[in-house]
Structure formats: structure tokens, C-alpha cells
Ligand binder design. Sequence first.
Ligand code: IMP
Ligand code: MG
Length: 179
Amino acid sequence: MEKDIIEKVLVSKEEIAEICRRLGKEITADYEGKNPLVVCVLKGSSVFMSDLVREIDCECEIDFMSVSSYSGTKTTGQVAFKKDLDINPEGRHILIVEDILDSGLTLSYLKNVILGRNVASVKICTFLDKPSNRKADITADYVGKVIPDEFVVGYGLDYNEKFRNLSYVGVLSPKVYSE
Ligand code: IMP
Ligand code: MG
């Protein structure tokens, strides 16, 4: 299956492990003693989140949120809130974990919602960053890898809910979405 749908591998399994180790160390150094609330943005970042938190070597808590701004391969610009946090974020240091920062519309919406809740701080950790496609004024505090403006799948990232289970990140063959 993979040969037909993946044009090239962009982030290998080995590189993913290195990225998680590096980010885990940075986050540990910055959040030691702060008991951050690490927020996974469903569903895309669930795979990255589970690797990342195991590289964070300080006390932290995790929670999940769900918003959506995507349908197919194009950003719609509309963000819908589907699931809120279970843990009260008031007074907490919040670290939002995302799979990919693309137009930035999703994260700027989320960051504003969380900033309005009396939190101690909000930072963003994204596995992938596609800065060339940015539409909102937002940057991530921790970036796994900067990639060109190509549609990628795998390691949590989907195309119409498929391919999240690939253990690497690959560029989706355009023939998959032109079919
Ligand atoms: P943004 O609001 O445009 O930054 O979109 C962020 C969301 O769009 C991410 O959480 C992903 O779910 C999705 N997304 C953006 N680029 C890609 C991609 O190349 N492949 C798969 N999903 C993507
Ligand atoms: Mg997504």
C-alpha cells in the first residue's frame, strides 16, 4: 500500500525518536518544578504526544482538546471546538502539543481561548512547522522540524482520517487526492 501513496519519506522513524528526545530535554529544563499541563490537540498530535511525554523528565499532567479546521488537504479557515479540557487550566502552565503548524488558524484560536482562562503561561510545541503557509500571527516555542509546504501524512497526520498509523512522516502522492 505505502509504495503507491507515499512519494517520499520526510521524517524517518529514527529522526522522529531524535526529535522527541531533543524536545523532551528542552521542555524538562524549562518546566522543572512547574507541573505543566500538557495539552494534546486531537487527533493528529496523539501519536507525537505519547512519545513526547515519555521524554519529559519532570512532573506534569496531560489532557486532551479537540478542534477542527481541516477538510481534505485545504484549510477551511473555520475552527470548530469539539472537546474541551477536563482539568481546570486556571493558574497552570499550559503546553499545547500539536502535530503540525500550517496556516496557524487552529493554534491561534486555541491559544486565545486558553489565554482567556487565567492561566500562568501558554506555550506551543509542534512536531512539524510549515511556516510558508502561515495566515495567523503565531509561532511555536518548540519545533520538531521545519518542512516545505507539502501535504504530509503519517505519525498521527491524516488525509481524510487515513494514514495516521504510519510510523514515519511522508509526502502524500498527489494522485491519492486527485483521484
Ligand atoms: P492550521 O490551522 O492550518 O495550522 O492547521 C492545523 C491542522 O491542520 C493540523 O493540526 C493538522 O491536523 C492539519 N494539517 C495541516 N497541514 C497538514 C498536512 O500536511 N497533513 C495533514 N494534516 C495537516
Ligand atoms: Mg488534524
